[in-house]
Design a protein around this ligand. Structure first.
Ligand code: GLN
Length: 201
């Protein structure tokens, strides 16, 4: 298998860590922040960071529409944390005027697990990845509800019940947590093998 070209949206957030995780899989990971780059990619990663800021910068860099269209057109996209929020059809607790690219038929709740001080780590059973994945949650969203086309790959149990933290719909993958902040690249590998390899045009 030849190396896929996987762009990581590099406007704000932990894009460097995603680039490193992609490189650890043996594929080519690099930053993208220009509209004309989007159509040249085999896949795109939306990093963790601040979803309001990433959305605003995407607008001012003229990237918002091209990314939204690429998602709708079947590009393989993985979003972690803020990236998950950007892939949601609906955002609970959105900032004023905050928009998402959409693509996954889900409602996410921003900062669902609490404030920065409530950031935590836990082992997560992730469908299709054995053994458990270490989940790093930093002011993370959870998935409030999903439509029929969405597959839940992992959930976390809290006082208020079970909440999905990893979901997939067609060409799109999203996690509430940050595998890119660990040395374990299995979630990136999962994205590449299960989604990128199957959608690559
Ligand atoms: N709380 C951030 C947001 O709403 C996401 C945090 C993260 O990506 N670690 O965008």
């Amino acid at each position: 298998m030849s190396a896929y070209r996987i762009g990581v949206l590099s406007l704000q957030g932990d894009f460097r860590e995603h680039i490193r995780s992609v490189e650890a899989t043996g594929h080519s990971g690099f930053g993208v922040n220009r509209a004309q780059e989007i159509s040249t990619l085999d896949a795109l990663i939306l990093p963790g960071g601040e979803s309001t800021t990433i959305a605003k910068l995407a607008q001012s860099f003229g990237l918002f529409k091209p990314i939204k269209e690429a998602i709708a057109g079947g590009l393989a996209v993985y979003g972690s944390c803020a990236g998950m929020i950007l892939l949601a059809r609906e955002i609970e607790g959105a900032g004023v005027g905050q928009e998402s690219f959409g693509g996954i038929d889900m409602k996410v709740r921003r900062n669902a697990f609490g404030r920065q001080v409530d950031s935590f780590e836990t082992d997560i059973d992730f469908a299709g990845i054995e053994p458990a994945v270490r989940g790093v949650f930093i002011r993370a969203p959870w998935v409030e509800s999903v439509g029929a086309g969405v597959t839940v790959l992992a959930s976390v149990s809290t006082d208020s019940g079970m909440h999905p933290v990893a979901v997939r719909q067609g060409n799109l993958l999203a996690t509430s947590f940050h595998p890119e902040l660990t040395q374990d690249s299995r979630v990136h590998r999962y994205f590449i093998e299960e989604i990128v390899a199957k959608t690559r045009r």
